[in-house]
Design a protein around this ligand. Sequence first.
Ligand SMILES: [Zn+2]
Length: 368
Amino acid sequence: MVVKDRIVRIFENLVSIYSPSYKERAIANHIAGYVDALGFLTYEDNAGEAINGTAGNIHVTISGNADGPCILFAAHMDTVEPSEGAEMVVKDGIIRSKGATILGADDKAGIAAMLELATILSSTAIPHGPIHLTFTVAEEVGLKGAKQLDLNDKCIDFAYVLDADGRVGKINISAPFQDSFEVEYTGRAAHAGVAPEMGINAIVAASKAISCMKLGRIDGETTANVGKIEGGRASNIVPERARFLAEARSINLDKLEAQSKHMIECFKAGTNETGAKVDFKHYRSYEGYSLTENDPIVQKAVEALLRLGIKPVLTQTGGGSDTNVFNAKGLRAVNLSMGAEQVHAEDEYVSVSELVNAAKLLVELVRV
Ligand SMILES: [Zn+2]
């Protein structure tokens, strides 16, 4: 069964491998090598070529040894920065990064749980149907690896993405749709002191647009943000160009479309008063999903947690994950917490007991 020292060692090895988005070659080799040594079939798809990364998604198939549903588990191999030279330390049962890097428990806690499961299945007679382990690339930069997945050749009854933060027991059953905007204003450059009336200030145009927008938490299901802005060259030049990046998210597609429409109207408002021109790109970054407690995939996760004595908590998240892509591809999936806290920050941590619980949960899901 789950061996504490073993999963901690598996996790430690993963943490020490530098694996930023698009540069997953080393960790992909490590995972494939590990699973290969257990005697399971692995293959790498061509997502790496498609998205200009160093590695594709890694797929592992563990054949069934009994009648049972097909289960897919998925975790992503890439981590956010800063993560180069990451090393972990364990103190009082809590695993943190030693230096000024993130730990990378997002999503290496999920990977560790999957590798521990594979280790157990290679040496213990647990009856199970076919099990697929999928390790994706480039999740943190827009779910790029998952979008390349071809799931048609697999039988999958239940798909669990292992990438939610917080204590093991949390089941994310819904996540928002997201729209993204890249907006650029073009005005006219002029000397700010000598001939300001000759200029059209692109920064002013962008500011007018932004100040027109409803942003932040729009309602219980909808959020919006302007997250990056740049433009201009110097204080004595009327700026010719200004650009910003914005997004809107909602669990509810109608509300998202209303918010996006409102933001687009504001982009145009920025041009009216200034005479600047606006160009923008608007695209759906990912589709949302919404499951209920009655969904068999949710019921199965609840039952596995209850058997382990862990309280299941059904939640909705404001973040996107590979789970969104699986659902958009027609495969019902939920996102399970793997115990990582403060993800994407240097004080990210995971406790040893949560790592163990994460692996126990996978074993129990196979059993249920
Ligand atoms: Zn993640």
